[in-house]
Structure formats: C-alpha cells, structure tokens
Design a binder for this molecule. Sequence first.
Ligand code: IMP
Ligand code: MG
Length: 177
Amino acid sequence: MEKGNLEVMISYNEILDRVKLLADAINRDFAGEELLVIGVLKGAWIFMADLVKYIDLPMEISFISVSSYSGARTTSSGVVRLLCDVDRPVERKNVIVVEDIIDTGLTINYLKKILSVRNPNSLKVCSLLDKPSRRLADINPDYCGFSIPDEFVVGYGLDYNGYYRNLRDICKLKLSN
Ligand code: IMP
Ligand code: MG
C-alpha cells in the first residue's frame, strides 16, 4: 500500500449528525411512499448503511457497481463502465441513488441516464460529498451531505487505489513522493 499523509477533514460524529438530517429530509419528502434505495458500489456502502438506519419508510435495497477510475489515479478517466446492474425492477419505484461523492458528475450523469429509461416514478440522488468546483456534467445532488473543496479524500467508504475505505473519518490524503 502506498503511504500517504492523512488529515481528518470531517469526523465520524459530524458525518453522523449530517446523515441523520439527510434521512429526516427523505422521510419528509417521501412520507407515505415506498423507496428503492440504490447504493453505488463500492464507495457508498458505509454511507448507505448509516443512512437507511434513519429512514423510517418501507424500502427495498439494491446496489449498482460502476467504475470510472483506472488503477492508482485520483482523477476520473471520464469513461464510465457498468460493472454490475441492480437486481430489482426500477419501473414505478421512487428511486434514491446513494453516492459517496460527486466530482466531475460523469458517473452520476451516466447512472441517471440508464435508470431513467426504466421509468421510475421518481429518481433522486443523495450524495454524501460534493466537489462542485470540478463539475463537467450539468448535474447536482438532490440531497447532499457536505460540499468540499478540490481535495482528494478517503475513508468512510471512499478509497485510494482500493485502500482506506475502512477509516471512520473522512480524511484528506496527501501522497508522499
Ligand atoms: P465523477 O464521475 O467524477 O463524479 O466521480 C465520481 C466517483 O469518483 C465517485 O463515486 C468516487 O468513487 C470517485 N471519487 C471522486 N473524487 C474522489 C475522492 O476525492 N476520493 C475518492 N474517490 C473519489
Ligand atoms: Mg464511487
């Protein structure tokens, strides 16, 4: 594993307080409805696990897996590949796509495109983090945890080259070279 310097940007306690507020907003917006919550693997896995614990609505859970980075890179390749599709029908469902971070927006743009043609009743995006300064696609999350500056972050599900997903806090990663 490549050694890097880690500096806490958002602590787990701060994350959890914000996650509860996001769940409250979803509870209000979808009161009386059912949800299909789709997590984008692998980065959104820990965020989604915390988020759904605070959503008090009937829901199905599914996952979708895409790849936009190749190997040890910290910028998107711009080419999104579908690695594994959802295992539930999307038609007539209130879909919430749960993402770890929206950076260029190309990944979420692609996901919205492939899911919207399946005729969901509604299609919303809930992203833990947002880096608006790097956006290439004209897209914004409907629910957003934190807007952050253009720093590469790891932890709470986010990785660098497959590592650091298990860190409890969201940390800035500075690679030593
Ligand atoms: P986008 O297509 O450029 O919006 O990239 C979205 C994906 O890139 C996210 O789902 C993450 O997996 C990854 N990503 C973007 N920025 C970071 C970061 O700072 N740390 C870790 N992964 C990131
Ligand atoms: Mg991701």
